[in-house]
Design a protein around this ligand. Structure first.
Ligand code: ADP
Ligand code: ZN
Length: 759
C-alpha cells in the first residue's frame, strides 16, 4: 500500500540545485525547456532526475500520466554514455522513440520488428555514439548475441544507466507478470557499476519490495507519488431509460475531444458504436471478437484522431499511450475499483482536464453476478469458490463507490491505502452534493414489509408487495393478504429500489451473500421501525441540463483551438504520425489563449522545445496571425494570465494590404470609401487604420475622430480594464467599437513617443 511518509521523506531530502550540469545547462529547468519545451517539473521528477545524475539506483512509483518517462530520459541526455531502457511492449517502445525523435533527441529501439539490415545500421549508430537512449525488450537484452555488443559499448562509451519501465512485470504479485523480466537480475551481475532505475504505476507494497529485491537495488532513492489524478473529474450518473440521450449529451459536450466508452460485452460495444454513428458521432468498436487486423486498424484510427470515440470492452487500452483522451465513460459497471482506476485513468494523461463518467444502474449488478457465477474450473466444472468470493467482494466495493454520496476521490484513493479527506472539488459529490430527503416513513414501510415477508425474500419481491402487485407468485404466497401489500403505490419501483439500496448502504438492512440475496433486518433496522431514528436518502441527479454561459473570449479560444487542431492533424497526416506527437492539447490550448504571432512568443509556449519551434513554428504562427487578421485583433488577448510578451513582439507588422489602405487614406478617401474601393469590410479598414496609427504611419486622427471624442474615449480606456467591450459599456455604448480601436491606437502611439522623449 502507498506510504505517504516515504513520498514526503523523499521530497524533503531533495538534492539542492547543483552549480552546473555535466552538459553545460545552467540548471535542470533550462535543460527541460530546451529538450521538451516545458517550464516546470511535475512533482517528484526533479529529485528523481537529480538522484539519477548522482548515479543512484531508484525506484519510481507514479500513477499513469505522472511523467515517468522524463525521469530517465532527461538524465540520459545529460549524462555521458548510453542509457538502456527495458520496455515490455513493442508499441510502447515505438511510441516513445517517435516522441523523442520529434523533440530532436537521439533515441532508437531494437526489437524483433526490424530487418537484419535495419538492426545492423542502428547498431553502428550506437557504436558511433550517435544515440543517447536505446529501447529494448528484455528478451533481446539477455540474448547471448546482444550482451557482447553491450559489453563493447560499455567499454567504449559507457552505460549511463538501465531504466526498467513497467517494472511490476518482474513481480508475480503484479497484475502483469512476465517471466523474461525475472532474468533482468543477470544484468545487475554483469554490470555491477551501472545504476538502475525501476519505474511502475503499480502501488502495492508487495510489488514494491519484490522489485527492490529482484533488481538488487542498492540503497535506492524511492519516490512514491500520490495516486491522486487532480486533472480528472469523476462522476456517477444514473442509467435508466433515456440514458442514451445522456450519453450523447456527454460526448457532444466534448466538442470533438477523444474519448473511450467501455461496455461489458461485445454485443453492447457493437450496439453502442452503431447508436453513436447513427447520431452523427464518429465511433469505432474494439473487442476480442474482431480480427487482429481490424482491431489494430481501429486503434490506429483512434490514435490518429481519424475517429473521435472508441467503444470497447476492457480488452482495449493496455499499452495505449494516447495522452489526449478527454473522457472515459463506463457505460456498464466495472468489475472492481482497481480496474476502474486504471481504465478511467487512461483519460487526461497529458494532465489537461478530463472527465470520467460511470453510468450506474443497480440492475447491472445482477448481470455481473451472473458472470461471476459462471466462473468454474474448466476441468472439473466445479465452481471456483475462492475466485467467486473475491469477485463478489470487489463488485460490492464498486457498487458502494457508485452509490456513495461522499467524495469519489476519497473512496478511490482509500482503496490504494492513501488517505484523502478534503473536499476534492473535482467530483460530482463535492461540486454538487446530491440533495438529501427525509424518507423515514417510507423506510418504515419498507422494513416492516421485509418483516411481514419473514425475511425470506429479495428486493424485487418486497417492492412487488409494497406496490400491491397481483402477480401469481405474490398471490400463491398469500402476500396479497399482508398489511403491507399496496401501502407503497405512491412511489415507483425505481424509487423503492433507491431506498432499499440506500438502507443497505447505511447498514439499516442486510442482504445475504450466499447465492440468492435475501433481505434481512438487523439491530439498526429495528431502531427505524421503533421510530428511534430518521432515515435520509441522497437523491441522484440526472446530468445537469444547464450549459455554462460561454463568454466571448471563451468562444474565440475555442475557435482558434479548432483551427490549430485542424492544422495539427494536417501536419500529423503529412508525416504519418499521431497528432499528439506534433503538439499536445495543452500546448494548442495555450496557443489559442495567448495567440503568439511570432517565433519568439511561440517558443515560450509550454511544450514548444527548440526542435519543435524550428519544425512547426512558422506554420502555427502563420495560422494564428491569419486568425487574428480575420477577427480584426491587433493585440494579444487581454485576459491572458500568462506572462505578457512585450508589445513589440506581439503586434502584427504592417504589410502590403495595410499600405494599400494607407495610400487611399492619404489621397483623402474616407474609411467607407476605402472599404468600397478595395472591396473589403469596413471593420477590416478600421483595423488597418488602427495598426497604421500604432506604427506611426498615420500621425493624427484628423478625419477619423474629433478631439473631444478622443479625450472622452481615452478617459474610459484608462478608467479600468481596457477590453473593448468593457470600454464600450463604460461609454454607455455611444461610440462604435472602431472608434475605440482608433483612439486606443493613437493613445499607444502617443505613449510610445513620450517614452522616447523622456528617455
Ligand atoms: P507515464 O509514463 O508516467 O504514464 P508519461 O511519461 O507518458 O507518463 O507523461 C505523460 C505526459 O505528461 C506526456 O505527454 C509528457 O510529455 C507530459 N509531461 C511529463 N513531464 C512534464 C512536465 N514536467 N511538464 C509538462 N508535461 C509533462
Ligand atoms: Zn470529491
Amino acid at each position: 500500500m502507498l506510504d505517504p511518509a516515504i513520498a514526503t521523506a523523499a521530497t524533503s531530502s531533495a538534492a539542492s540545485d547543483r552549480p552546473s550540469l555535466p552538459s553545460g545547462f545552467d540548471n535542470l529547468e533550462a535543460a527541460l525547456k530546451h529538450f521538451y519545451g516545458y517550464e516546470t517539473f511535475r512533482p517528484g521528477q526533479k529529485d528523481i532526475i537529480q538522484a539519477a545524475l548522482d548515479n543512484r539506483d531508484s525506484l519510481v512509483i507514479m500513477p499513469t500520466g505522472g511523467g515517468k518517462s522524463l525521469c530517465f530520459q532527461l538524465p540520459a541526455l545529460l549524462k555521458p554514455g548510453l542509457m538502456v531502457v527495458v520496455s515490455p511492449l513493442i508499441a510502447l517502445m515505438q511510441d516513445q522513440v517517435e516522441q523523442l525523435q520529434r523533440n530532436g533527441i537521439a533515441a532508437t529501439f531494437l526489437n524483433s520488428s526490424l530487418s537484419g539490415v535495419e538492426a545492423r545500421s542502428r547498431q553502428n549508430d550506437l557504436l558511433d555514439g550517435k544515440i543517447k537512449l536505446l529501447y529494448v525488450a528484455p528478451e533481446r537484452l539477455l540474448n547471448q548475441n546482444f550482451l557482447p555488443f553491450l559489453d563493447e559499448i560499455n567499454e567504449s562509451l559507457g552505460l549511463s544507466a538501465f531504466a526498467i519501465d513497467e517494472a511490476h512485470c518482474l513481480s508475480e504479485w503484479g497484475h502483469d507478470f512476465r517471466p523474461e523480466y525475472r532474468q533482468l537480475s543477470q544484468i545487475r551481475q554483469r554490470y555491477p557499476y551501472t545504476p538502475c532505475l525501476a519505474l511502475t504505476a503499480t502501488a502495492t507494497e508487495r510489488v514494491r519490495e519484490d522489485i527492490c529485491q529482484q533488481l538488487q537495488l542498492r540503497d535506492p532513492f524511492i519516490n512514491v507519488s500520490s495516486f491522486n489524478r487532480t486533472n480528472l473529474y469523476y462522476e456517477v450518473v444514473p442509467k435508466a431509460r433515456g440514458s442514451v440521450n445522456d450519453l450523447l449529451k456527454l460526448v457532444r459536450k466534448q466538442e470533438g475531444g477523444s474519448g473511450i466508452i467501455y461496455c461489458l460485452s461485445r454485443k453492447r460495444v457493437e450496439e453502442t458504436a452503431e447508436m453513436l454513428k447513427l447520431n452523427g458521432i464518429s465511433a469505432l468498436p474494439y473487442h476480442a471478437g474482431l480480427s487482429d487486423k481490424i482491431r489494430a486498424e481501429n486503434q490506429r484510427r483512434f490514435i490518429r484522431d481519424d475517429v473521435q470515440v472508441m467503444v470497447a470492452t476492457v480488452a482495449f487500452g493496455m499499452g495505449i499511450n494516447k495522452p489526449d483522451v478527454r473522457f472515459v465513460i463506463h457505460y456498464d459497471l466495472p468489475r472492481n475499483i482497481e480496474g476502474y482506476y486504471q481504465e478511467s485513468g487512461r483519460a487526461g494523461r497529458d494532465n489537461d482536464p478530463a472527465r470520467c463518467t460511470l453510468f450506474f444502474n443497480p440492475g447491472d449488478i445482477k448481470r455481473i453476478e451472473w458472470i461471476i457465477d459462471q466462473k468454474v474450473d474448466p476441468q472439473t466444472g466445479d465452481p471456483l469458490e475462492q475466485e467467486q468470493r473475491i469477485a463478489r467482494q470487489q463488485l460490492r466495493q464498486v457498487v458502494d463507490y457508485a452509490e456513495s454520496s461522499s467524495c469519489r476521490r476519497t473512496i478511490q484513493l482509500g482503496y490504494f491505502g492513501e488517505s484523502f479527506t478534503e473536499n476534492c472539488g473535482q467530483c460530482d459529490n463535492c461540486v454538487n452534493p446530491p440533495p438529501v430527503e427525509d424518507w423515514t416513513i417510507e423506510a418504515q414501510k419498507f422494513l416492516s414489509c421485509v418483516a411481514r415477508c419473514k425475511e425470506r425474500f429479495g428486493m424485487a419481491h418486497i417492492i412487488d408487495v409494497l406496490r400491491g402487485s397481483k402477480k401469481q407468485r405474490v398471490k400463491q404466497l398469500g402476500h396479497d393478504e399482508l398489511s403491507t401489500h399496496g401501502i407503497g403505490k405512491d412511489k415507483t419501483a425505481d424509487q423503492w429500489r433507491l431506498l432499499g439500496r440506500s438502507l443497505l448502504h447505511q447498514n439499516l438492512l442486510t442482504e445475504t451473500q450466499d447465492g440468492y440475496p435475501v433481505l434481512q433486518l438487523n439491530e439498526a433496522s429495528w431502531t427505524v421501525l421503533r421510530k428511534q431514528r430518521d432515515v435520509f436518502v441522497a437523491i441522484p441527479k440526472r446530468l445537469e441540463e444547464d450549459e455554462p454561459v460561454v463568454s466571448g473570449t471563451r468562444v474565440e479560444i475555442e475557435q482558434l483551438f479548432e483551427r490549430l487542431r485542424k492544422l495539427r492533424k494536417q501536419i500529423a497526416d503529412e508525416q504519418g504520425v499521431a497528432p499528439y506527437i506534433v503538439f499536445s492539447d495543452s500546448s494548442l490550448r495555450l496557443m489559442a489563449k495567448q495567440r503568439p504571432q511570432d517565433l519568439n512568443a511561440f517558443g515560450k509556449i509550454s511544450g514548444v522545445g527548440s526542435h519543435k519551434l524550428e519544425q512547426y513554428g512558422d506554420r502555427f504562427t502563420i495560422a494564428i496571425r491569419q486568425y487574428c487578421e480575420d477577427m480584426g485583433f491587433t493585440t494579444a488577448p487581454e485576459t491572458t494570465t500568462a506572462p505578457i510578451t512585450p508589445a513589440k513582439t506581439r503586434r502584427p507588422q504592417v504589410t502590403n494590404t495595410h499600405l494599400q489602405t494607407l495610400a487611399l487614406f492619404h489621397e483623402g478617401y474616407s474609411p467607407q470609401d476605402i472599404s468600397e474601393h478595395r472591396q473589403i469590410k469596413p471593420d477590416t479598414v478600421f483595423n488597418h487604420l488602427a495598426l497604421l496609427i500604432e506604427h506611426e504611419r498615420i500621425l493624427s486622427l484628423e478625419g477619423l475622430l474629433t478631439s473631444e471624442s478622443y479625450d472622452e474615449i481615452v478617459q474610459a480606456l484608462t478608467a479600468g480594464p481596457a477590453s473593448l467591450s468593457l470600454v464600450w459599456e463604460r461609454l454607455d455604448k455611444r461610440y462604435e467599437y472602431h472608434d475605440i480601436k482608433l483612439a486606443r491606437a493613437f493613445q499607444r502611439q502617443q505613449a510610445k513617443q513620450s517614452d522616447v522623449i523622456n528617455f
